[in-house]
Each structure stands twice: as C-alpha cells, then as structure tokens.
Design a protein around this ligand. Structure first.
Ligand SMILES: *Cc1c(COP(=O)(O)O)cnc(C)c1O
Length: 491
C-alpha cells in the first residue's frame, strides 16, 4: 500500500537530469541490431581471420580528446564495429590456439547482457544475485568433492584466486592476527614450494602477500613435467634444517606451458605427513574433473585445502570468471572479514543476508560473474562441457600424430592434456618467424615457449569450436611457411 501511494507513475518528470534516453524505441531498435550483429559475428567467425594487426590509423582513433559533450549511440557503435571488432584477439575463433584462452559462448554473451541490465553488486546485502553466486559455490563444492562448510567466490581470474589461496594459507599458519600485526619474524621464515613449471602468479602471490617471491622454492620436474617429489622432500628438509618454516605446497593441475599435472595425491600425502598446507593452481586443468575420462588425471584435487581455477578457460564462460574454493570456510572468512559501521549486516531489510561475499575476498564491489556461469552450466550441463574438454585433448593427440607423421616437423612435448609443443625442423629464429607469419596470415594463432632450450610452437586447445580441420590448417600452414623461410631444407 505504502508503495502505491508514493510510487505509481512510470513517467519521468521533465527538468531533472538523467542518463535514460529521450526515445526508448530508438534505443530498443539499436539494441536489437547490436544483438543480431554479435550473434552473426559468432555464427560467421570462420569467415574472419583469427587475428589481424591493428593499422596505425585505427590505433590513432583511440587517442581522441576528452568526450566533453554528448555524442550519439549510433556513432559510438559504428566506431566499435569498425575499430574494435575486426582487431580483437581472436579467442572466439576456432583457429586460436595460443596461451590458454576460452572461446566463450553465445549463451554467456546473452547472460552478460542480462547482468548488465540488473547492474548487481555482489559484495553483499540480501538480493537474489547473491543467491545465484551461492548456488555456484555449492555446485563447485560438489564438483570438487569438498566437504560442507567449504566456501568460495568469483574473482577476476586464477591470478587473484591463487593470491587468495596463499593469503588463506598464511593466515592458517600465522593466525588471522597477521592481518594487523604483519608478518613479523615468524612470517619472514615461511617458505612455499611449487613446481618449476608453476605459473608466474604463484611467486607474484607470495610477493603481494609480503613474504616475497623468493620465499617460494621452484622444485624441479620429472620427464613428464610433474613436480619431482624427491626434490620436494629434500627442499623442505633443507629449509627446516636451516631454521626456516615450510608452510605451503602449491600443486599445479595443468602447467601453462605443457599441460603437466602434478601428482596431486602424492602431494596431498606429503602435506599430510609434513603438516603443510596444500593449495592447487588448477587454472584450466582442474575443470577436467567434468570429464569422466580425464578425472583420474587430477586425482588428489579433492584433498586440497584450496583450489584456484577459471571458468573463463575450459569452462567457456566469457571473461572474466576466476574462482577460488576453500575447504575451511571459517578460516577463509577469518582471512578477509573486516567489520565496518557502514557495512553492518542486519537481520531484516536489504542489509541482511550475512555472510557477505565481501567477507571472503579483497573486493567490496563485485560484478555478477555468477550469472553467466549459472546460465552456462544450466544450459550446457556439466556433461556436455566435459565432452568439449575431452575433445580438446583429442585434438592435441591428433596434432601430435600429425607432427609425428610429418618429417619436416619435430615433436618437442607430446600431447599432455590439451597442449602440444613442436617446431619446424629449423632454428629458433625461423620458428619465431613462422609463428609471427602464421598470426599475420589469420589462419591460426598458436603461441611460443621454450622446451629444452628450443623455441617451440605451442598449441593449446581450449576453444570448444576448434575442430580437426583447424589442426590440419595449422600443420599445413607451418609446413608451408617453414619451407618458405628455409629454402634449403635442413634434412
Ligand atoms: C591462466 C593461468 C593462470 C592465471 O589465470 P588468470 O585467469 O589469467 O589470472 C594461472 N595458472 C595457470 C596454470 C594458468 O593457466
């Protein structure tokens, strides 16, 4: 009743400033056009190059003076179509095989639009978007077979998720008082351990947490790129003997270079015996649990104290959608919760709904990453996503077979998970040139890395759109470009 008394009129009185349009019908028509264009973009993605360099004239269009006066939506959209769309990174394209980038889906795109409309802030308070994220936390808990009481939240990506994992481990050993008292003498002695193939965000997390990146020991790997457990034992014993305090082992499920998965079960045993924390960087590989065929590879993941992973890589959720899951929910909360008068949760009203997500991470304002993930999981289902993950690994095996069968190519690392490293039988400079020319050809976009001192062409299959014909195109183009770069065949 009270509502109706005061809030009945849909019309806006004139004279007060607002950013809503004069003419909603125009806006609606333009919006429908944008939606159609972006659906077409995905439908026709194969008709475009994976990537093309940004012409200087186009780059210069992003050096405009401040837009003081109002412009027009149509003009802005035309500029987007002309200057942004053709020069995107290309990870929507099936020929994108570089680094580890997800392909996204049209469903995810639509969910992003809906999230934009709601403009939800998921830092806290009592509203349904928070329940959507809680639903994902619960699903993730079940996917990774964590106990009830485990907590988690969306963050930008695994870089931040790993940072949170390190902060939780730090609070576990030093107590939450480290948050106000600082590291002190005890904190200066903490040492962490990760495979030499671990992602750079692990030392970065140690750096950001005040322990310093030197406090993580890189542990050598075996022939399969997995952390060498003997070397891990030796490093921990050596540090203990030197009066230092080992506290954390970071296992990697899918190293970014070669897709290697540490022996997570062995690390879990080791951590239990040595009373160390066990965190897993599963940025892209953790989600392999969705495939019954791949799940045994990440055995032991369910025993971690915390897991960092991304929905935006193999999960195909549009950027960004990183996630961290923590076994001990109380510890997680003790690591971040901060009372503040203006954020005091209430029993009723909009300020109810405790605990808030802002009590589990460094962000207070948080977007609705959960919605695009919720739509993705509900629409495709875990089984279908698992099947596309499996297919990426089949493509890696197919590429490995093609490389083995092609005398002009040399296999540097066989298909591990979804990644293959190979090269044209020529020197580093020739291979670097091949990759650059491949990018510029628009046919395929692998990245490069170094394997045993050799520059490698690295193909990582993450995009659900990639097919065998894209692998064929990659192999064919590398051979053609290699032959052109090396008129005298080295054989
Ligand atoms: C991608 C990746 C990261 C970093 O994740 P972001 O989402 O890019 O922050 C960390 N570790 C591994 C193994 C990765 O593949």
């Amino acid at each position: 009743m009270l509502y109706k008394t005061y809030m009945s009129d849909r019309k806006r009185p004139d004279g007060e400033p607002s950013l809503d349009p004069e003419n909603w019908d125009d806006l609606r028509a333009q919006g429908h056009g944008m939606l159609d264009d972006m659906v077409d973009y995905i439908v026709d993605i194969r008709a475009r190059p994976v990537w093309q360099p940004i012409p200087d004239a186009v780059r210069a269009r992003f050096r405009e003076p401040l837009p003081q006066a109002p412009g027009d939506l149509k003009a802005a959209y035309d500029a987007f179509r002309e200057n942004v769309v053709p020069y995107a990174a290309g990870n929507v394209h099936p020929g994108f095989m570089g680094w580890v980038h997800g392909g996204g889906t049209a469903v995810g795109m639509l969910a992003e639009m809906l999230a934009g409309g709601l403009n939800a802030n998921l830092g806290g308070r009592d509203h349904a978007p928070v329940e959507v994220e809680r639903q994902i936390v619960e699903w993730v808990r079940q996917i990774f077979e964590f106990p009830e009481g485990a907590t988690g939240l969306f963050v930008t990506g695994s870089s931040l998720a790993n940072f949170i994992g390190v902060l939780v481990a730090r609070a576990a050993v030093l107590g939450p008082s480290v948050r106000h008292a600082g590291l002190g003498e005890a904190g200066g002695k903490l040492r962490a351990y990760a495979s030499a193939g671990a992602h750079r965000c692990i030392p970065l997390a140690m750096d950001l947490s005040g322990m310093g990146s030197d406090a993580v020991r890189p542990i050598g790997t075996d022939a399969d790129g997995r952390m060498d457990m003997t070397k891990l034992g030796e490093a921990v014993a050596r540090d203990r003997a030197a009066g230092l305090t080992p506290f954390l082992v970071v296992g990697t499920a899918g190293t970014v270079d070669t897709g290697s998965i540490d022996d997570l079960d062995a690390i879990a045993d080791f951590c239990a015996a040595e009373k160390l924390r066990f965190h897993v960087d599963g940025a892209f590989g953790a989600i392999a649990v969705l495939s019954p065929r791949l799940k045994p590879l990440v055995k032991g993941l369910e025993r971690a104290d915390s897991i960092a992973f991304d929905f935006h890589k193999w999960g195909q959720v549009p950027y960004d959608a990183g996630f961290v899951l923590v076994r001990d929910g109380k510890l997680h909360r003790d690591t971040f919760a901060s009372p503040a008068a203006y954020l005091r949760p209430q029993a009723r009203g909009l300020a109810a709904g405790a605990p808030w997500f802002s009590d589990y991470g460094p962000d207070l304002s948080r977007g609705f990453r959960a919605l695009k993930t919720w739509f993705t999981l509900k629409t495709y289902g875990l089984d279908r996503i698992g099947r596309t993950i499996e297919h990426s690994c089949e493509l890696a095996q197919y590429l490995e077979a093609r490389v083995r069968a092609e005398p002009l190519l040399e296999l540097l690392t066989p298909a591990r998970l979804n990644i293959v490293c190979f090269r044209y039988r020529a020197d580093d400079a020739a291979n670097a040139k091949i990759v650059v020319e491949l990018h510029e050809s628009g046919i395929a976009a692998p990245s490069t890395t170094t394997v045993d001192g050799k520059l490698a062409i690295r193909a990582a299959f993450v995009n659900h759109r990639t097919q065998r014909r894209d692998v064929d195109a990659l192999v064919g183009a590398v051979v053609t470009l290699g032959a052109a770069a090396q008129p005298e065949n080295p054989r």
